[in-house]
Design a protein around this ligand. Structure first.
Ligand code: ADP
Ligand code: MG
Length: 233
């Protein structure tokens, strides 16, 4: 599903440059649930943003579901991004003046889906994340955990091949984090490929494989015995 070979990325600021990713090699198969760990500043978000086609590497190759991701024009990149990828962020990134159902339906509006279909789909995915009764509420009326569930429903609604989550539990208390991980594990059980950036060890152990980044290289990449979040919620 994802093949990354010898990936490099630097940031340039005036005369200074910062070499953030220094030769990353990393393959992910369909159906995997992988965490990317590393201390703050180790390049986790940079890597996830490249995987999410929100940024481009300087060197190396990236193949997503058989498609080489390189030098795509913005229109083609946007098409692949919509087709292949769903995003979940630490800060939820919901639109505050839109209800849950409208937040979930909005990306489908941009991809040209008819209103009836996108509203039906939005309700379906809100039900899937346990928020059927909250569809007409605004984000300001919801808890952090509920907001992240709306964001997960929004990511799922486009039926992406891969879900990318950058510290999805970073703004949540422990119990709520485990509830969100329980949901993510259930989505992975159904076969969805999911990558999660986290710096929390307990969250990483709820995935099936931990990739450790340090100083721009992968220092460890190992399968783990998955801890089920269900037992804590
Ligand atoms: P992490 O997500 O692991 O905390 P990041 O990938 O966000 O790390 O950042 C890695 C390094 O790159 C950090 O030193 C950060 O300050 C720097 N960095 C990230 N984004 C930019 C940018 N757009 N311009 C310049 N430096 C950046
Ligand atoms: Mg980060």
């Amino acid at each position: 599903m994802i093949k990354i070979e010898d990936l490099h990325k630097s940031y340039h600021m005036g005369n200074n440059s910062l070499h953030v990713l220094k030769g990353i090699n990393f393959h992910v198969k369909e159906g995997e649930l992988v965490s990317i760990m590393g201390s703050s500043g180790s390049g986790k978000s940079t890597l996830l943003n490249i995987l999410g086609m929100l940024d481009e590497a300087d060197e190396g190759s990236y193949i997503l579901d058989g498609v080489p991701i390189k030098n795509l024009n913005e229109k083609v990149a946007a098409k692949y991004r919509n087709e292949f990828l769903g995003f979940i962020f630490q800060s939820f990134n919901l639109i505050n003046y839109k209800t849950a159902v409208d937040n979930v339906a909005l990306p489908m509006f941009y991809s040209g889906m008819a209103r009836k279909e996108r509203v039906e789909k939005a309700h379906h995915y809100l039900e899937k994340v346990g928020l059927a009764d909250w569809s007409h509420h605004l984000p300001s009326e919801m808890s952090g955990g509920q907001k992240q569930r709306v964001a997960i429903a929004r990511a799922l609604a486009s039926e992406p091949k891969v879900l990318l989550a950058d510290e999805p539990t970073g703004a949540l208390d422990t119990r709520t984090s485990y509830e969100v991980m329980d949901l993510i594990q259930g989505i992975n059980d159904e076969g969805k490929t999911i990558l999660i950036v986290t710096h929390e060890d307990d969250i990483a152990h709820m995935t099936k494989r931990i990739v450790n980044l340090k100083d721009g290289v992968i220092i460890d990449d190992s399968p783990v015995e998955q801890v089920r979040a269900q037992q804590y919620v």
